[in-house]
Design a protein around this ligand. Structure first.
Ligand SMILES: Nc1nc2c(ncn2[C@@H]2O[C@H](COP(=O)(O)OP(=O)(O)OP(=O)(O)O)[C@@H](O)[C@H]2O)c(=O)[nH]1
Ligand SMILES: [Mg+2]
Length: 286
């Protein structure tokens, strides 16, 4: 099988818009609809895509998104390319949140606050995630999990996009989280995950950078939520360069792990949640 996803047509000639015109969210929210030949669901599914200068990759990303999803929320990190225009050309009713702060964590927190679906899926915009896998995440959630955690190292998962040093760092940090928090994770720093929206109240996210996935993974365990790992394949970023710095961001992840071990549950519960209620997004949505 090819390691690359294939691009959708770009811009105005894309076939996506006409395909999307038949979607009516109110019908989606109250009726069962088939997402595979063997599964029909009622909960609306929101897909949150953090994107910073990903115009060239978006056609690959949107092409793989299933047509039954309720909404796409794209959080733009002050892109200097045509990220927003390309997104609107590919998915006309995309909700664009213009990020006020900085960092992937900040972007995701803003995007989660803007979601109206009951299920939220996080998908990177660099072409490394295959939207066809969303059905596996949703299946895990409707099957009883609170949090469907993507894993490149679970049976059936894989990665084309990990250097030796990153693999080692991810393994070491994952082992540390498992030891310190009693988790049984096979992967830690991976951006493809999904959860029921009500989880946000229990994990009160408050970070700005790439440590966001680690923070989520730790907080769901601390909150006693039911986690199911979903095997996932990470493809190569298609265009552009990574925003992640293995050493700098690895240290940030380590700091979060150590901080979370120190913070007692009660102190965290007393904190003001960084995720605002629906209808009060931190970014500017349009
Ligand atoms: N809105 C926003 N998106 C961001 C920011 N930083 C990263 N992203 C997005 O987050 C996603 C993941 O970032 P990447 O740079 O691919 O980092 P990564 O996937 O952890 O690392 P690689 O495996 O090297 O690709 C991409 O869709 C980025 O565009 C940010 O500050 N703001
Ligand atoms: Mg990436």
């Amino acid at each position: 099988m090819s390691s690359f996803l294939h691009p959708a047509a770009t811009g105005r000639e894309n076939t996506g818009p006409s395909r999307m015109q038949n979607r009516t969210p109110s019908r989606i929210a109250t009726h069962y609809r088939a997402i595979t030949s063997h599964l029909a669901i009622t909960p609306p599914v929101s897909v949150v895509i953090p994107a910073m200068n990903e115009a060239e990759n978006l056609p690959y990303v949107f092409k793989t998104l299933p047509e039954w999803i309720h909404e796409v929320v794209l959080v733009d990190g002050n892109s200097t390319d045509d990220t927003i225009e390309v997104a609107r050309g590919l998915w006309p009713d995309v909700k664009v949140v213009k990020q006020v702060g900085k960092g992937k964590g900040d972007a995701l927190i803003s995007g989660f606050a803007a979601c109206t679906g009951d299920i939220i899926v996080m998908v990177d915009a660099d072409g490394s995630a295959d939207g066809q896998e969303i059905v596996s995440y949703v299946s895990a959630l409707v099957g009883g999990a609170d949090f469907a955690k993507g894993s490149r190292f679970a049976n059936g998962g894989g990665t084309d996009d990990m250097t030796g040093i990153r693999r080692l760092g991810n393994w070491a940090l994952c082992t540390l989280v498992n030891r310190k928090f009693g988790a049984r994770y096979t992967d830690l720093c991976y951006g493809y995950n999904a959860f029921w929206r009500h989880c946000l109240d229990k994990i009160a996210l408050d970070c700005t950078g790439f440590e966001i996935e680690t923070l989520i993974n730790i907080r769901v365990v601390k909150a006693g939520l039911k986690v199911q790992e979903v095997p996932s394949h990470e493809y190569l970023r298609i265009h552009g360069v990574s925003n992640l710095n293995a050493v700098r961001d690895g240290i940030r992840v380590l700091k979060v792990i150590l901080r979370e071990k120190r913070v007692p549950k009660a102190a965290r519960a007393a904190r003001r949640p960084a995720v605002l209620p629906v209808g009060a997004p931190r970014g500017e949505a349009s």
